[in-house]
Write a protein of this length. Sequence first.
Length: 411
Amino acid sequence: MLDLVLKGAHLATCDGAGSAAEQLDRRPDAAVGVEGGRVVWIGPSAEAPAAREVRELEGAALLPGLVDPHTHLVFAGSRVEEFTRRMGGEDYRTIAAEGGGIASTVRATRAASEEQLFALAKARAEALRARGVTSVEVKSGYGLTTESELRLLRVARRLEAEGVLRVTTSFLGAHAVPPEKRGERARYVDEVVGEQLPAVAEAGLADAVDVYCDDGAFTLEETRRILEAAKARGLKVRAHVGQFADLGGPALLAELGGLSGDHLEAIDEAGLSAMAEAGVVAVLLPGAWRTLRQEAPRAERFRAAGVPMAVGTDLNPGTSPTTDLPLCAALAVRDAGMTVEEALLGVTRVAARAAGFEEGVGRVRVGGPADLAAFPVQDPRALPYALGGLGASLVVRAGAIVAEGPPAPVF
Ligand code: NIG
Ligand code: FE
């Protein structure tokens, strides 16, 4: 007797080999059996084993629980005022240079209690989950002091401890120079390397270290210093690179064996081939390029260079206020030219690799974690076909049903 069987599914395991369509591995009328939080059986519905709980999906799409490889979901405050100014024509980097932007979220986040931050983060995590997301990368970066960065990472880890989502964390002390240290950037980088990073590493709160390496943020030399210090402590590395300018961050990530380079609207050819060579995943962030009204990166360049592509929400108050990962996949197809299959792999197995999750996350395979999401559509390819608003009809995390939505097909 298994714990749970989902049957009558149009399954995409995302665990195949070969072309993108073969990796997607669609199987109409499939069933998945779950025991002890793991997938233990996959096969035709007619042959499904007995289980204590059986759900008939009536042809609905079933995928691995989606993986969001890039979020900043622990923050307080609103940036609607700034959004209104920006949509009226003011520039993101100019507002940031005047002490708005990231710094304004830092002020609101520091003023919130840890309990308030957790409640906000949990609400956002549940909103992601309602879209079929079961695993998420969460960055700090709105505290920018040792104590407040530790607080954000504790909140992120608590989301996993309380069973909301599977979480991997990145310390992003180098997100911006904090308001009280404006004009003292060298001192701030010293603090990140000499105080914040050691404290975070010793507390065991970060799986990786991230740096915002760009025009208006941190330089290539500063990024190298921080990421080398991270590696010396055994942490994985990733970075925000090429959002506005390619400062050489992609090549640095390749040299350091980074998990992912994220944004990449402005990456040059040398950076692309270095990433391909080293197997660094490109994380594309449609919410940010849309909100900043930027030209999308061209998927064909990444494809031609052999760089694997993932898609994230970039969930943050400044440049990407969204929890709709399927919408981001839909925009990556329409704006960047990803294929439907690439976009689906980009929010599952490739996203899991970018985020640094254990083998099997982002795939449906025997022995892998039973993280699954069903959607009220009849074909998994309808995820990026739907232009936003698609919720999951059933979400399973580590074998337990954690969310249910409307079951009726909408497309
Ligand atoms: O990923 N690029 C840097 N960080 C965020 C924006 C953060 C903010 O504006 O609050 C991003 O787009
Ligand atoms: Fe980001």
